[in-house]
Design a protein around this ligand. Structure first.
Ligand SMILES: *Cc1c(COP(=O)(O)O)cnc(C)c1O
Length: 522
């Protein structure tokens, strides 16, 4: 095995690699070095003619040494990338119970629709008369998002949940400015169970963040919110269902109190998958909410995007929605890019949003229908409760017997006395072929393990997952610590020194020998 400096790693990984193979490959799992470490700068997969003589015009910027690009033949390149792709665990390989992330199956029909040339090849600078279908699609999706949420407007352009949060909070700030209160109202209330993006968003926009403590049962109390409400409060940001996987039962009363205090209610809609077709956030008093199309509406995510985070807005925030938006008049669609005379706060991105994600989300909606979307939510909640109940005697549910929404949350109480941690348990799951659940989030639950199976998993798949976790839990309680502290044993890499990786990251690859001038191989 080579480390990233091209040196073989010391055999310190024993006993994990006690039975090391000659090649470091394990069965058909092939070790893969960095692309710079395989091949040779002299090799190329294509024949390129010598360039005709020319006069460089780069002056002092002209390169004097070899560039050092990796050199691989076509079959070597193929193998390199295919092997790398096989190391990537994905929802298409197995269950991915990463709580809060809603890793659900992306129906292949969505992919087929997104690749239709009229959608796939569309360019944001095309004349509007040539993209009427694309504009109609955005308009239709916007209509469904408003219908499902019971709201009055939607900004389609934000490109992720966090980006949607920023957009929604900017609309709130614009509304406060219009009221002449943007200076006096500079505080945003955020429950201590919130996702980190919530306080980060509020702070980025220039608000001060004030934490609201959750109750022992994991939910927010009207009293705590009322106690925190003051004339300097601009908004509250609440996730519902919340990050503990619980529905905030007092949400309507909280929304009324927030409104009565002259503030706005931002809802983090990342957990919308639990309530689509069951509850409309607008009816709960929400003023703004982002919808992660890449979570709830199945567009693919992980690996960094692209996502899409449209923000729905209540009647009182609708006038401040950013441009662009699609306007329908008669049978024609136009894109409003400059809302002259209006109160739009501006724009949050170049162009019009993630077209490919819009197509996939609409395809998901149309193929499911309203009954199918409601059933998806019900199944997501059913699956989470099945997991919760089947594991409740082996592990410790964070909030006792209370039914959850789409996520089952456990704490590390059950690991007491075993000498093992949540992290050890998560790493051992990798050896069993499972992507771990979300761990240590939400912060208010000690050693949290947040399992979100989604509606994609079948009963058989859930049963196997539950049996695997029960087996691990029994092993932990039996004192079989080696299975945990040495985990993952069967993954391409063992337990990483995550602290060192974060504090002392090696971001630059240094060649082990000087790069040769490229030569043509005969
Ligand atoms: C995923 C998530 C976000 C952020 O969404 P991105 O699309 O990743 O930016 C915010 N809040 C919660 C609760 C989430 O789960």
């Amino acid at each position: 095995m080579l480390n990233n400096q091209g040196r073989p790693t010391a055999p310190s990984e024993a006993p994990r690699r006690a039975r090391k193979t000659f090649t470091s490959n394990r069965a058909l799992q092939i070790e893969e070095a960095l692309i710079f470490e395989i091949g040779d700068a002299c090799v190329t997969g294509v024949d390129i003619d010598e360039p005709a003589p020319f006069q460089p015009r780069l002056g002092a910027h002209e390169r004097t040494s070899a560039i050092g690009l990796p050199g691989l033949s076509e079959p070597e390149t193929m193998r390199h990338y295919v092997r790398l792709s096989q190391k990537n665990y994905a929802i298409d390989s197995g269950p991915y119970p990463l709580g809060s992330c809603t890793m659900k199956h992306n129906p292949r029909l969505n992919e087929q629709m997104a690749r239709l040339p009229g959608f796939g090849d569309v360019h944001p600078l095309q004349p509007q008369s040539t993209v009427q279908g694309a504009l109609e699609l955005i308009d239709r999706l916007a209509h469904y998002l408003m219908t499902l949420t019971g709201t009055h407007a939607v900004a389609m352009s934000p490109k992720a949940g966090a980006h949607g949060e920023m957009c929604g909070m900017m609309a709130i700030r614009a509304a406060l400015e219009a009221r002449g209160e943007s200076r006096t109202r500079n505080v945003v209330l955020v429950p201590d169970s919130a996702h980190g993006t919530n306080p980060a968003t509020a702070a980025l926009i220039g608000f001060d963040v004030r934490a609201v403590p959750a109750r022992d049962d994991g939910t927010l109390s009207l009293e705590a919110v009322k106690a925190a409400l003051a004339p300097d409060v601009a908004a509250i940001m609440i996730t519902n269902p919340n990050t503990c996987g619980l529905f905030e039962r007092d949400v309507v009363a909280i929304a009324e109190a927030v409104r009565a205090a002259g503030a706005y209610f931002y809802c983090d809609g990342a957990n919308f998958n639990a309530i689509v077709g069951k509850t409309r956030p607008g009816d709960l008093g929400v003023d703004a909410m982002h919808i992660n199309l890449h979570k709830t509406f199945s567009t693919p995510h992980g690996g960094g995007g692209p996502g899409a985070g449209p923000v729905v807005l209540s009647e009182r925030l609708a006038p401040f929605a950013p441009v662009p938006f699609v306007r329908r008049s008669g049978g024609a669609f136009s894109l409003v890019e400059h809302a002259r005379g209006g109160q739009a706060f501006g724009r949050v991105t170049a162009f019009h949003g993630q077209m490919g994600m819009f197509v996939r989300a609409l395809s998901y909606m149309l193929s499911h229908g309203s009954d199918g979307m409601r059933q998806a939510s019900e199944d997501a909640v059913l699956n989470a409760n099945y997991v919760r109940v089947c594991l409740s005697d082996a592990m410790s549910p964070a909030f006792g017997e209370r039914a959850c929404m789409h996520e089952a949350l456990f704490d590390d109480e059950w690991l007491k006395g075993t000498g093992l941690t949540t992290l050890d348990f998560a790493k051992a799951m990798i050896d069993e072929g499972y992507h771990p659940m979300t761990v240590y989030f939400p912060l208010i639950v000690h050693g949290a393990m947040l399992i979100e199976p989604t509606e994609s998993e079948s009963r058989a798949s859930l049963d196997l997952f539950i049996m695997a976790l029960r087996d691990l839990a029994l092993a932990a309680k039996r004192g079989d610590t080696e299975r945990f502290t040495g985990a993952p044993r069967f993954a391409p890499r063992g337990r990483l020194d995550e602290t060192r990786a974060a504090r002392d990251p090696v971001l630059r690859w240094t060649p082990k020998k000087p790069v040769d001038e490229p030569k043509t191989v005969e």
